[in-house]
Ligand binder design. Sequence first.
Ligand code: HEC
Ligand code: HEC
Ligand code: HEC
Ligand code: HEC
Ligand code: HEC
Length: 235
Amino acid sequence: MSSTDQNQTVSPKAEPEAAPDPIHHGPETNDSPPAKSSGWAVFLFFMIGFAGSLLSGWILFPELLYSKKSQPIDFNHALHLDEVSDGCESCHYFRDDGSFSGMPDLGSCIDCHEEAQSDDPEEIKFVDEYVTPGIEVPWLNHSKQPDCVFFSHSAHVMGADMSCESCHGDIGTSEHTRVYEENKLTGYSRDIWGHSISRLGKPEAGTPRPMKMNDCAKCHEEETGHKGACFQCHK
Ligand code: HEC
Ligand code: HEC
Ligand code: HEC
Ligand code: HEC
Ligand code: HEC
């Protein structure tokens, strides 16, 4: 069987003499593939390879690149915005010296959560594991920049009058914390790159803005006419 196959590919026209076995002798062994179809085969192979590398680069690679972690407690922004009196500032505020409080500490929660008020398992966990022993919740920060980057909330919110949503998206309407995805190579949050590695198409409305160096610089150029010096953003 295999010897006939070899003969077919090497010289199909010599088949009748080379292969005396009458069983494998048939008219169909004579038709050699037309030259045109090999061009198509090359093209097809190229497209399969090309699509394969796009898929692995855009889908498989990010899948492997990021490790997933959950916040220590599921926090509901929408529910809390109905409960507090000062909106976002009830928990994220500017101190008198202009510095930003950032992630809330237990002091922002204690007035209402000294004791669990419901049988919500997340609230019970929050009270038992953090409030009662006085341990701060180790919240994961999706926007965290590398240590070499200097970012000032007051320059943007107080100085340039920007809304929280313009950078962070609609977090105030979220009912659950998002899964935190950490880049295994750099240790940075996935939000810095933004969700799509390709950066094709428009980001979904309400999602946080990607914050790579060029993203910061692009807005600075639009707003101020220049990208700024390195030392503006680097310590
Ligand atoms: C009752 C307190 C409370 C209020 C009010 C509140 N937050 Fe938060 N916020 C939190 C807590 C707790 C976290 C940490 C858990 C999390 O990421 O959801 C957080 C996290 C955040 C983060 C960080 C997300 C990240 O990891 O990058 C942003 C941005 C944010 N809040 C914006 C807002 C905005 C905008 C508002 C008003 C619309 C608001 N918050 C109102 C408690 C609050
Ligand atoms: C103004 C009062 C108030 C403040 C301040 C407040 N909460 Fe709540 N919180 C509530 C109420 C009301 C509920 C819903 C009923 C319940 O579970 O007690 C709730 C529910 C929760 C729950 C369970 C539901 C969920 O979100 O998954 C968690 C966890 C929680 N709060 C965490 C916090 C944290 C962390 C802070 C501080 C950053 C905080 N709360 C600040 C009033 C408050
Ligand atoms: C110009 C874009 C921009 C605006 C506007 C903005 N943020 Fe941020 N936010 C960031 C960046 C960038 C970080 C990460 C800073 C870092 O890691 O040094 C961040 C971090 C945070 C964090 C995590 C804790 C921290 O301080 O790193 C919270 C909470 C937060 N922002 C809430 C808010 C709230 C609330 C507002 C509106 C009052 C707001 N942000 C407005 C870009 C912005
Ligand atoms: C959507 C627009 C926008 C984005 C995104 C943005 N900025 Fe800005 N930034 C501004 C504006 C507007 C100002 C105020 C400019 C001024 O006052 O001259 C500013 C001011 C600053 C300043 C203060 C400059 C000074 O010397 O007073 C720093 C530092 C800064 N931005 C860093 C960053 C970093 C780092 C990022 C990315 C993580 C970033 N910004 C993203 C708009 C933006
Ligand atoms: C508008 C603010 C801004 C300016 C101006 C800026 N950078 Fe950056 N740079 C960033 C931010 C934000 C990051 C982190 C996000 C990223 O990796 O893109 C970064 C990252 C970097 C990194 C990689 C560091 C790391 O740990 O990943 C280098 C190197 C760097 N910048 C050099 C420079 C140099 C050199 C200049 C001047 C020509 C400059 N930057 C100007 C905001 C800025």
